[in-house]
Ligand binder design. Structure first.
Ligand code: C2O
Ligand code: CU
Length: 528
């Protein structure tokens, strides 16, 4: 195994990814940032210098379990203090499994500003994948807002609530196309929105006829669930979240934020994002003559549910889950209010960060750093109506955590419900740090504690780190609490996490090694 070193400078710059000029966050001048390419068991060292003028940062390595290095998970407030402007922080961790991963900001809603990129981990020399391909290409999908994350945060915490709305554009590998003539107030500044700006020249994938391409498609949207398709081609899905899946063929690949798998759209008012697949030797600037194919109806969740259910672990690569669990936690996902502010809650608790990161507070026994009462393991299953608004609009907030017995087997049932709007429920992609889980099942309606567990797939469930819970549905997961540390489990929609949609698990703290002093500095950590 090798050591791979990176030096990154994180800066604010003006860019026009969708032809509209906006202040973004770049790494070494780029968004998406540089791709980390490594082989299994390599050590990655990234020295990050925060050259933003006023904002803190933290970078999370999404899908990397950080075994033995829980302090380098990059979740601000959970595993480390923020990286202050003008300072440099060194992340160092091992990539212990091949696959397609991403990294992204984990401070406030900063991911929306463009601070993200890919991590590609190949097999060690001499080993080969269970499928053949000629070339390997990488595509990151994202959605894009023209206002700043600070403006979004102010709106989301306002009374009355001001929703961020739908994104202005969808980006394929950092490139989109906003219709400048649709600007409500025409600008006298010709540089503000300019479709001839090379920043927004559509993404081109140049391919050689007859060859097989492995496309590593990741979504880092702040809001949207996307559908990805290539006109005139079918896609065979072979890997998800670093695990081989039993190959299946799709026309549209549904992909949710944080999930790692020319044409996609979240909701009617955002135009589809579009790139061009160019067959060599056609000229890369040529545009297709055909009309782009129609996208699936944006608000029909049935094909999404069907695709979720179709994913199974690949034969020969199945990790069989333990037959039973030691603990079952049910998380009811609701939208409600806290002192008039719109919030998301889990079992009627809306999550807030403490000033002192949990990992440090737990390791050093700082019992005043956060609420020592654990949040509830369930909700009122018998009486709660998931098809109605939450009857108790006033939620509670807490920074308490779930402590798991080390090496215990934990089941988590994500239960979706109605939002504050009548007859409405949303899709939430939940992501677990530090672990992979088995996806035991999905269902519609309220999870039935007595009958639904009998239908779990214990034979060939896929292992993942991010999973959707569909509107008015449930998703059941199982994982082993075998990674000493404190780990975030949250909805990957930036605004939902900002509004409290997350929890924290902690396990095996006595097995965590000495914490590096570089993660200290905030809250009660001074002087440790
Ligand atoms: Cu990719 Cu905590 O997130
Ligand atoms: Cu959500």
């Amino acid at each position: 195994a090798r050591i791979r070193r990176y030096k990154w400078e994180v800066k604010n710059e003006f860019k026009s990814p969708d032809c509209y000029r906006k202040m973004v966050i770049t790494i070494n001048g780029r968004t998406p940032g540089p791709t980390i390419r490594a082989q299994q068991n390599d050590t990655i060292i990234v020295e990050v210098t925060n050259s933003l003028f006023t904002e803190n940062i933290a970078i999370h390595w999404h899908g990397i379990r950080q075994i033995g290095t829980p302090w380098f998970d990059g979740s601000e407030g959970i595993t480390q203090c923020p990286i202050l402007p003008g300072t440099t922080f060194k992340y160092q961790f091992v990539v212990d499994r091949p696959g397609t991963y991403v990294y992204h900001a984990h401070y406030g809603m900063q991911r929306d500003s463009g601070l993200y990129g890919s991590i590609i981990v190949g097999l060690p020399d001499g080993e080969s994948e269970p499928f053949a391909y000629d070339y390997d290409r990488n595509i990151i999908l994202n959605d894009w807002y023209h206002n700043s994350t600070t403006e979004q945060a102010v709106g989301l915490s306002k009374v009355p609530f001001q929703w961020i709305g739908e994104p202005q554009s969808l980006l394929i590998h950092g490139r989109g196309r906003f219709n400048c003539s649709s600007l409500s107030v025409p600008s006298s500044d010709p540089g503000l929105c300019n479709t001839t700006n090379p920043d927004c020249f559509p993404f081109r994938l140049i391919v050689v006829p007859g060859k097989t391409y492995r496309l590593r498609v990741s979504s880092l949207t702040s809001l949207s669930a996307l559908s990805f398709q290539i006109e005139g081609h079918k896609l065979t899905v072979v890997e998800a979240d670093g695990h081989y899946v039993e190959p299946f063929v799709v026309q549209n690949l549904f992909i949710y934020s944080g999930k790692l798998i020319r044409f996609y759209r979240p909701a009617p008012s955002t135009p589809p994002g579009q790139g061009v697949l160019v067959y060599y030797p056609n000229h890369p600037r040529r545009s297709p003559l055909t009309i782009p194919p129609a996208a699936p109806v944006w608000n029909d969740s049935r094909p999404r549910m069907a695709q979720s259910q179709a994913i199974k672990a690949r034969r020969g690569y199945i990790h069989t889950p333990p037959a039973v669990s030691d603990r079952v936690i049910v998380f009811l996902n609701t939208q409600n209010e806290l002192n008039g502010r719109r919030r998301w809650s889990v079992n009627n608790v809306s999550f807030t960060h403490p000033l002192t990161p949990y990992l440090i507070a737990l390791k050093h026994n700082l019992t005043h750093a956060f609420d020592q009462n654990p949040p509830p393991d369930g909700y009122d299953f018998l009486n709660y109506d998931i098809y109605e608004r939450h009857p108790n609009a006033n939620t509670t907030s807490s920074n308490g955590i779930y402590r798991l017995n080390f090496n215990s087997i934990v089941d988590v049932i994500l239960q979706n419900a109605n939002t504050m709007n009548p007859k409405n429920s949303e899709t939430h992609p939940w992501h677990l740090h530090g672990h992979d889980f088995w996806v035991l099942g999905y269902g519609e309606g309220k999870f039935d504690m007595f009958n639904d567990p009998n239908k779990y797939n214990l034979v060939n469930p896929i292992m993942k780190n991010t999973v959707p819970v569909h509107p008015f549905g449930w998703t059941a997961l199982r994982f082993k609490a075998d990674n000493p540390g404190a780990w975030s489990f949250h909805c990957h929609i930036e605004s939902h996490l900002f509004m409290g949609m997350g929890v924290v698990f902690a396990e095996g703290i006595e097995k965590v090694g000495k914490l590096p002093s570089s993660i200290m500095g905030c809250g009660q950590t001074q002087g440790l």
